[in-house]
Ligand binder design. Structure first.
Ligand SMILES: *Cc1c(COP(=O)(O)O)cnc(C)c1O
Length: 383
């Protein structure tokens, strides 16, 4: 059975609307968002969906996260607490601003940051917390926001995998922290190839992020550079395609939720697996925890049956990534001299032994769900 894939047309919602959007931009002659209208319109539309005052469109999810770290304004050597189970795009912006990533351990039931572990790592140099809503499951951001407020820190939410993820209080993930970051990269719920958006309710943080995304150039002030910045602008082509995709987002998430709940029902009571909690989940992937440590064997069984499943999600959790032994800033390691990431034993066990992820898609049918359930049941029933 062919599983629709986010790398192919059968697993994407790219159609006539996106073709028309791209054509509209090309025929207009204006492909750059400084003078065009598409990126600004996308920002208004995202701000409306999320109920935030500001949305800043940019070139990637990593760029959006970089903007969020800029907004938090760490001094060189300040610490930002984050999770070791995430895309490197969460961590790279910390390094780009010469801050120091501090890895907290995760909740072994879903791989999201454990607020108690975060609390134990807050120190005099902590500037921000970056939480990730992993695989689309809501991270415990209400508790993290309370911690952040208590210590005067910025809470950043990485929602690259969590479009329309719901929080327990009914709000959307991305609105509990000071800044939320979204990605439009090829493998996310909706895509324009690459793209990102940072959302915030704070006027000053929005101003800082907008300036940084456009070379520190306040366009209202002539050719004058008010601040340090890079070029993280989204193009009009990206924005126009993203707007067409945004209109399809509710349908994408609803379809993923429908089939994910079918799989949850089909797997109920299966021994040796811990199923994800469906509340608020946006199902970027369908994660399963195998507490006995046989996720690699289960993944191999599923893959042999043609099911797109992998163990661990990462080759190693980011606290054990080879980058910490590599050159980062030429011959200097400042401010990472002597830096050794914290051990995160629960994250390490998840990635090595207990975490399984199944690719998920809005175009899965009951047949896909039934095959996954049948093969998981067969693996558990083997002698
Ligand atoms: C994809 C992703 C990013 C980076 O987004 P890009 O658009 O690829 O730069 C960051 N964090 C998480 C959790 C992601 O899944």
């Amino acid at each position: 059975m062919k599983f629709p894939s986010m790398a192919e047309a059968d697993g994407r919602t790219l159609g006539d609307e996106e073709v028309a959007a791209a054509e509209r931009v090309i025929r207009s002659g204006m492909l750059n968002s400084v003078w065009g209208t598409e990126a600004r319109a996308l920002e208004r539309e995202i701000a409306r969906v999320y109920g935030t005052r500001h949305a800043v469109a940019c070139s990637s999810g990593t760029a959006a996260l970089h903007l969020s770290v800029v907004a938090a304004a760490p001094d060189p050597g300040d610490e930002i607490i984050t999770t070791p189970i995430t895309d490197f795009g969460t961590v790279a912006p910390i390094l780009a601003q010469n801050a120091v990533p501090v890895f907290a351990d995760v909740d072994p039931s879903d791989g999201n940051l454990d607020p108690d572990s975060v609390a134990g790592l807050i120190g005099p140099r902590t500037k921000a917390i970056m939480a990730v809503h992993l695989f689309g499951a809501p991270a415990r951001v209400a508790e993290l926001r309370a911690l952040a407020d208590e210590h005067g820190l910025t809470l950043i939410e990485d929602c690259a995998q969590a479009w329309l993820t719901g929080l327990p209080d009914g709000r959307l993930a991305g609105t509990a922290g000071q800044v939320g970051c979204l990605s439009l990269q090829q493998w996310k719920h909706i895509t324009c190839g690459d793209g990102g958006v940072a959302i915030t309710g704070d006027d000053e943080l929005a101003r800082r992020m907008r300036l940084f995304s456009d070379k520190g150039w306040d366009r209202a002030a002539g050719r004058s550079h008010a601040a340090f910045g890079l070029n993280y602008r989204m193009t009009e082509l990206q924005a126009a395609v993203a707007r067409a995709q945004l209109a399809k987002l509710p349908g994408v998430v609803a379809a993923r939720r429908r089939t994910a709940v079918q799989l949850l029902d089909a797997l109920k009571g299966l021994p040796g697996v811990r199923l994800p909690r469906p509340e608020g989940h946006a199902w970027w992937l369908f994660p399963v925890v195998c507490p006995d440590g046989d996720a690699p064997e289960l993944a191999a069984h599923l893959a042999a049956a043609g099911i797109p499943a992998r163990a661990g999600y990462l080759a190693e959790p980011l606290n054990r990534a080879p980058v910490w032994g590599a050159a980062i800033y030429g011959a200097s390691r400042y401010p990472l001299d002597g830096y050794r990431p914290n051990p995160c034993p629960r994250a390490e066990r998840m990635v090595d032994r207990t975490l399984l992820v199944i690719d998920w898609n809005e175009n899965y049918t009951s047949e896909h769900v039934e095959l996954i359930a049948a093969e998981m049941t067969k693996f558990r029933a083997r002698p």
